[in-house]
Design a protein around this ligand. Structure first.
Ligand code: ADP
Ligand code: MG
Length: 689
């Protein structure tokens, strides 16, 4: 039937025109955002199930997953145990023995499975050596096997799209592509890195002929992805390098340094130098300043702001939350005002009138430095001569939002600060469009935060400990995870409020207990946080809204409930909320999880305080997943490549990309690569232009 298939080259054909799919199925596939032939064949499995093991019934070991080929001996029976529970039972035999099979709530099988016919059953063997059983196995006719006897892909699915439907559609899609899927990798690269052809790769990523074929395919597709990704990033960057701005003049920074209550660390100084150097270069700065919690990133920002304002340009600092914005304002404005920098705060919860006034002052150049939230990039805000944009806690903002703020000025300098420690190799790919400065040193005198991982049984002792801390004048955080209870859309509110209520009523009736969660109005949150910062609250129960940046030096204990629900890097951020003053501080992680991996993860927290190490460990144990949120950064997500595991492959792909670009910067020799990169980077390129 190949002759009738759609032309091989056009992967943009809508799936509804693919033979065997049609309008109805196309509609279902649309729910998975599968619209074109390319979408379809690029809808990669997220895992595989090896269903190749086939056994005789008598050889089945209890607990083992296997296929058996057996004949149904008599018509299956259907019984209704109680409302909502239907059982279909049958017995099947091969030449070695008998197998009792039960299906729950699949009443139709009673009529579709016929006595005397041979089927393959794939499932977990149960029972004992005398009576072998399987519950809810996959079943299909022995002469028409699709789902057994092979490595079966596991796809992300959605209501109305079954695994089988998807699998059959992909089969149709691959057949429609014919034998030759366009191989966009240059042939030289394919050979040099020993990569298989595209056709083989697409076929075997969906229908692996063997584990080896699957490995080869995955490697090829991941390589291609990383290769295109690298080329895209390099191009974004070279486009950026073409932009020219008026270089900033040198400024005597001595009065700035003299105004600080401390001396900057060597690492801070280096980052400041790098940022100032960028601003003097005549090209827009695009720098990531990365440093562990407490490493003092704010001062790097402050120095850059001072430098910018002394060059008669305005500076803006955007923080992800109102609390953080206010804290930056409270911390920075006294220092900078003293140096003649006119500072202001702009947040979403301010009245329209205040916002209008501020906006007018910004447009008139009466404000030098504005600190705020997303409100800074809203339509109504105009700047007179915006020269520098600093964004704090980068992972909460996307490329698009940074770009929106940049568009408020004429190619302003961009400084991005992040406390998410990223292993070096990955920083390159994630922030491939940025230069990176690392603050790899903490200010002197930082104390070690005693960290322990305990089970719930420890609570009484923990509460006694908290009480002693409060008696000594200290304050404590208790963080509960955000629990999404789908019914009422409650996200941790209940957990936090109930917990706080219980603490207040039963454990600390005489102490001041408050709570804060993401659903409180900005003003209410603000009030709770300010009260805590002012020492008017002893114990603050919270969701992770306090995760980023908040600075209360008198807080000495961080308790995390259900610690297993948090990523290590998140726990590290939470822990960074204490130990910010002169008092000895503690972090207590509570978890009743018995899972060995989880316990190992929590142990890592007790063993190291190094954010980079923790991030690496997180990556190793959890995989990158949405931890790095590529999509959130506005960069094309990686579908096959796994940044955690494919570091070596990444190096190879980068080398190949760089070699190609060195030879043929405009990709004249491989238009297919150029076209694909443009497509992939369409969105982020727009955002950056
Ligand atoms: P982060 O990198 O987490 O944003 P901050 O900028 O909030 O860190 O700094 C953490 C704390 O350390 C603040 O209280 C700040 O005043 C203080 N700090 C920053 N730099 C120094 C330094 N060089 N010496 C001493 N304290 C410093
Ligand atoms: Mg900070």
């Amino acid at each position: 039937m190949r002759e009738e298939a759609v032309p091989t080259a056009d992967l943009n054909t809508s799936v509804q025109f693919i033979k065997g799919i049609g309008v109805q199925r196309a509609k279902s596939l649309g729910k998975l955002n599968i619209c074109t032939l390319r979408d379809l064949i690029s809808y990669f499995p997220r895992a595989y199930e090896d269903r190749t093991l086939t056994k005789r019934i008598s050889d089945l070991q209890p607990g083992e997953l296997a296929c058996v080929e057996a004949m149904v001996t008599s018509p299956p029976t259907l019984s209704r145990i109680r409302k909502g529970l239907e059982l279909v039972k049958l017995r099947a035999v091969d030449d070695s023995g008998a197998l009792d099979v039960t299906f729950f709530n699949q009443a139709w099988l009673k009529n579709s499975l016929k006595a005397g016919e041979t089927y393959v059953f794939y499932g977990k063997a149960e029972g004992n050596l005398l009576r072998r059983q399987m519950a809810n196995p996959v079943v299909e006719p022995a002469d028409r096997r699709e789902q057994t006897g092979r490595i079966v892909p596991v796809y992300p699915l959605t209501a109305g799209v079954s695994r089988l439907l998807l699998s059959r559609s992909i089969r149709q899609g691959l057949d429609a592509c014919g034998d030759i899927l366009p191989d966009i990798l240059p042939e030289g690269v394919r050979q040099a890195y020993q990569l298989c052809h595209a056709g083989f790769a697409y076929e075997n990523i969906h229908f692996p002929a063997s584990p080896e074929a699957l490995d080869l395919s995955r490697r090829r597709l991941a390589f291609e992805e990383l290769f295109l990704f690298t080329i895209g990033l390099r191009r974004l960057r070279s486009r950026r390098d073409e932009v020219r701005t008026t270089p900033f003049e040198g400024v005597d920074m001595a009065s700035f340094y003299a105004a600080l209550p401390f001396t900057l660390t060597a690492a801070q100084k280096r980052c400041v130098e790098e940022a100032l150097g960028d601003m003097r270069s005549g090209r827009p700065m695009n720098r990531l300043c990365q440093g562990d919690v407490g490493s003092g990133k704010t001062m790097v920002a402050a120095a850059s702001v001072y430098f910018c304002v002394k060059n008669s340009r305005q500076a803006a600092l955007m923080a992800p939350t109102e609390i953080l914005a206010r804290q930056h304002y409270d911390g920075l404005s006294p220092l900078l005002e003293r140096l003649g920098v006119r500072c202001a705060l702009l947040t979403g919860s301010m009245t329209p009138k205040t916002k209008r006034t501020l906006s007018a002052q910004l447009a008139a150049g009466e404000i030098d430095f504005i600190i705020g939230t997303h409100a800074l990039i809203s339509g109504g805000v105009d700047y007179q001569r915006l020269g520098l944009v600093v964004t704090d806690e980068q992972h909460r903002f996307g490329v698009g939002q940074r770009a929106a703020l940049a568009s408020k000025g004429d190619s302003p300098h961009m400084l991005v600060m992040s406390a998410t420690p990223i292993p070096r190799t990955l920083a390159l790919i994630l922030y491939g469009d940025l230069d990176v400065s690392v603050i790899d040193e903490l200010p002197p005198g930082r104390q070690h935060i005693g960290t322990s991982a305990v089970s719930g049984g420890y609570r009484p002792r923990l509460y006694a400990f908290l009480r002693r801390q409060v008696e000594e004048g200290r304050q404590c955080y208790v963080v509960c995870p955000e629990i999404t209870e789908s019914e009422d859309g409650d996200d941790g509110r209940k957990a936090v409020m109930q917990y706080a209520e219980a603490l207040r009523a039963e454990v600390f009736p005489d102490l001041r207990v408050a709570f804060v969660h993401g659903k409180l109005k900005a003003k209410e949150k603000e009030a709770v946080m300010s009260a805590f910062a002012a020492g008017e609250t002893d114990i603050l129960v919270s969701t992770t809204v306090i995760e980023v940046g908040v600075d209360v030096p008198n807080a000495t204990v961080m308790v995390v409930e259900n610690a297993e629900r948090f990523g290590l890097s998140q726990l590290h951020q939470l822990r960074g909320r204490v130990g910010r003053g002169i008092h000895k501080s503690y972090c207590i992680l509570i978890s009743d999880s018995k899972n060995e991996d989880t316990r190992q993860r929590l142990r890592v927290m007790t063993q190291t305080a190094d954010g980079f190490k923790i991030a690496e460990e997180d990556l190793r144990l959890r995989g990158p997943g949405d931890f790095f949120g590529l999509r959130q950064h506005g960069l094309p997500g990686l579908r096959v490549a796994d940044l955690g595991c494919d570091a070596a492959l990444l190096k190879e792909a980068q080398a190949a990309a760089d070699a190609l670009l060195a030879q043929d910067g405009d990709l004249v020799s491989c238009p297919a690569v150029a076209a694909r990169v443009s497509e992939l980077f369409h969105q982020s390129a727009d955002a950056l232009n």
